[in-house]
Design a protein around this ligand. Structure first.
Ligand code: MLT
Length: 325
């Protein structure tokens, strides 16, 4: 019987491996590596999108938080995983844009070592501070930071992370060198911001929106051309007097490069359905996430985005004198 089956599969021109992958995939839970601590923006986006993807795929997507080195530890593990569709990862503008400029010995190439699945959410950047930070507005923030830089602590999630690279850009524009305090993600960093043990950070809206709405931290401005519907009272950097600080981040799903097309196609379809799902969209938009359009969420669009972001961030970070040390 087995011989007959193998013969039929061969006749169909499918290798048994591909047939198994095509037919049975996914036959067991899928691990999604989130390269930062639980509770941060990448984790939040992964869990929201992953929940609906699990329904389409018929198997649980299990998030595994693998933090360290600005997200490059987890992404390196993902890049080196079996290309069988059972390990995928949530990368972002840091791991797949800024990292090459900051890690000369980076053990992956964002543009070559992955099978891009698709963009999961755009995540505008917000300048936030502890609740009792003295400045009342962005102009005051700029003046105060320039006058007190040596006393200030800026939080980030590790060299090359979104919060690090966007923070380096802000500090470079302001011409300040505060003490930078690294965390395993901006989830833990936000806890210290709320506790007042760290002064400020630039973070993705999906992480800080609930605390801004609750009044437990201060928001000075959003670094996108338009205000966010989730935070209508937070001015843009342009409105607030810092027009040249415009920066936004994004989170996207990748698979190891060797993952077969018939497997990645199922992941692409599941992501597309998640981003079309009303409840999934609502949960992301409520946090200030931006839903990628149909054309923005294709694998090709993500490949092009990675290439353009590496090209964009490399000179910016080098000029700002940012290094991994
Ligand atoms: C996180 O999930 O903690 C963030 O994405 C870290 C960062 O890149 O700032």
């Amino acid at each position: 019987m087995k011989k007959l089956l193998v013969g039929m599969v061969a006749a169909l021109g499918l290798s048994t491996g591909a047939a198994q992958a095509q037919g049975a995939y996914p036959a067991r839970p899928i691990t999604m590596i989130v390269p930062f601590a639980a509770g941060g923006p990448t984790d939040v986006v992964a869990r929201i999108v992953g929940e609906h993807m699990s329904r389409t795929l018929g198997q649980q997507i299990v998030v595994e938080n693998v933090a360290g080195a600005g997200g490059t530890t987890g992404i390196t593990r993902g890049a080196q995983a079996q290309g069988d569709g059972y390990t995928i990862m949530m990368g972002h503008m840091g791991t797949h844009g800024a990292a090459p400029a900051l890690y000369p010995n980076l053990r992956y190439d964002p543009a070559k070592d992955f099978a891009p699945i698709g963009l999961a959410a755009g995540t505008p950047i917000i300048i936030v501070a502890k609740k009792d930070f003295p400045p009342a507005d962005l102009k005051g923030f700029v003046e105060y930071s320039k006058a007190n830089a040596a006393k200030l602590n800026g939080a980030h999630a590790g060299v090359g992370s979104v919060s690090h690279s966007t923070g380096v850009l802000l500090n470079s524009i302001l011409g300040i060198k505060p003490t930078l305090v690294a965390y395993r993600g901006t989830g833990p960093a936000l806890n210290d911001l709320m506790a007042g043990t760290v002064d400020f950070m630039t973070d993705q809206i999906v992480n800080v929106a609930p605390q801004i709405q609750a009044g437990t931290i201060k928001a000075y401005a959003i670094a996108t051309p338009e205000r966010s519907p989730a935070l209508p009272d937070v001015p843009t950097t342009k409105e607030a007097g810092l027009p040249n600080y415009e920066v936004s981040a994004w989170n996207a799903i990748f698979a190891p490069k060797s993952t077969p097309k018939e497997v990645t196609a199922k992941l692409v379809d599941a992501l597309d359905k998640a981003l079309d799902d009303e409840n999934t969209r609502k949960r992301l938009v409520e946090l200030g996430g931006v839903i990628p359009s149909k054309t923005e969420r294709t694998p090709d669009a993500l490949q092009k985005l990675v290439e353009s972001e590496v090209a964009r961030w490399t000179p910016v970070l080098k000029e700002a004198g940012a290094t991994a040390q």
